[in-house]
Design a protein. Structure first.
Length: 453
């Protein structure tokens, strides 16, 4: 009950703060009310004998007033959130230090609503054809740079593999993908970008949870306030950890007593390996294997279901490199067609889903997978991307989703994002109409759906 104690402090700024908070929250509290106290209180306590006993608990520090941020919504949110943080037991000085310098960012609170921070559809993984995304994500610089890092830091990677059971190429691929191997870690203040996200509102609960984690990181003495740099969405350091992930998975691998994901590559890489390991990484299986299939293969089997490798080989699939599948017959994989039946095709294993714990997009996970292979000297894909296909705009996708839903093929919400739900509905439509059932949303496929309406 530190909040009660802090209200008892008779300083004008706190009284003003309490009145302001009551006005904002609409609660019937006009000022500091000495209500029931269940925790330690400051001030003399009378004993039955009438003799004052000494104070046993130190007085809770007063939360200093904040300077105005320049945005009224931000100021009101901050007063309320700071009060709740202190009430929940956060250190008063750290609450203040975390929130004192926040200010509105155009990215979140500008007039033009260029809210890249909250609009999934505007993220690069979803907006471009997958081959355009991969052109910028899987570059020669990242694969050769990653291979050089494996050589430069071979001892560290030996220790990471031994400790966490995660392949070095996979860790380096995440590093390459997230911050270009530590060369760009973002220059936002994590507290400020998360505060802006909270004020913007659509992800307020998430952002407040991450701010709380940021405060706990400081309370533990693992980080200092001034080092908390992040990307625009609050992910920090060379392997881009959100504060809540940091709290659970960050490690001090170089042994200097600090979990420095910003400046220490060993700390950042071991933390990423720790996270991948906890997410279920399997070091005896690949993330995926590019395949080719016999003529007349039923592409509707790319339905998101895991099947045994013995089943896939029975259907006639084999590795495009010509070698056999170097995985157990009893292992499970999913057939995935990132660009339909005419593009590169993959069997995906558990590690693909592990990559998606970093970023839930399939395109992201494919980029990490291709970087994993490329850093290991195996460059893919062998197949050619069908760049001649005419893809759908976001508006076209909404028309497709709406028409699939009307015809009883559940495409999910009409959101203009051709995710797995939409592709699955299209695949079922195609199968029902004896069309090539690869579920890939092209202009041709849209026209077929419209013609059937
Ligand atoms: Ca360290």
């Amino acid at each position: 009950m530190k909040f009660t104690a802090f209200l008892h402090q008779k300083s004008l700024p706190v009284l003003a703060l309490a009145g302001f908070m009551a006005a904002c929250a609409g609660t019937p509290q006009a000022g500091p009310v000495p209500g029931p106290v269940s925790g330690p209180v400051s001030g003399p306590v009378s004993t039955p004998g009438g003799t004052p006993s000494p104070i046993t608990a130190p007085p809770a520090p007063v939360l200093q007033p904040f300077n105005l941020s320049g945005n009224l919504s931000m100021d009101a949110w901050r007063e309320d959130f700071a009060r709740r943080a202190v009430a929940a037991g956060r250190d008063t000085a750290i609450v203040h230090a975390t929130l004192a310098s926040i200010s509105p960012l155009d990215l979140y609170l500008g007039d033009t609503l260029k809210t890249a921070g909250t609009d999934v559809g505007s993220q690069a993984e979803f907006a471009k054809p997958i081959w355009e995304y991969l052109e910028t994500a899987v570059t020669a610089g990242r694969t050769t740079g990653g291979a050089e890092k494996l050589a430069d830091l071979s001892t560290v990677f030996d220790q990471i593999e031994a400790t966490y059971g995660v392949d070095r190429e996979a860790v380096a691929a995440i590093w390459a993908m997230e911050t270009n191997l530590g060369s760009y870690i973002g220059n936002f203040d994590a507290a400020n970008t998360l505060a802006n996200m909270a004020v913007e509102g659509r992800r307020r609960s998430f952002a407040e949870g991450e701010l709380t984690a940021l405060m706990k990181m400081q309370e533990r003495g693992e980080v200092s306030r001034d080092q908390l740099k992040s990307g625009w969405a609050g992910a920090m350091g060379q392997t881009q950890f959100m504060p809540s992930t940091f709290l659970t998975y960050a490690v001090d691998f170089d042994g200097d007593g600090r979990k420095d994901l910003w400046n220490s590559a060993p700390d950042a890489l071991a933390s990423a390996a720790n996270y991948l390991s906890a997410s279920g990484y399997q070091n005896d299986l690949p993330w995926g294997i590019e395949i080719i299939a016999p003529t007349g293969f039923d592409w509707s089997l790319a339905d998101g279901q895991d099947r045994r490798m013995s089943t896939w080989t029975g259907y006639g699939l084999f590795a495009i490199t010509g070698s056999g599948f170097a995985v157990p017959e009893t292992s499970y994989a999913e057939l995935w067609l990132p660009a339909g039946a005419t593009g590169p095709k993959y069997l995906l294993f558990k590690n693909f889903d592990v990559y998606k714990t970093y970023n839930r997009s399939d395109s992201y996970a494919l980029a990490v997978g291709l970087l994993t292979d490329g850093i290991g000297g195996r460059h893919g894909p062998v197949g050619v991307w069908p760049t001649d296909l005419v893809l759908l705009s976001r508006r076209d996708v909404m028309v497709l989703q709406d028409n699939l839903n009307r015809q009883g093929f559940d495409a999910g919400p009409v959101d203009g994002i051709a995710g797995r739900g939409t592709k699955g509905a299209l695949r079922r439509f195609q199968a029902a109409h004896d069309l090539l059932a690869d579920g890939y949303p092209t202009q041709t496929a849209l026209q077929q759906v419209l013609d059937a309406s």
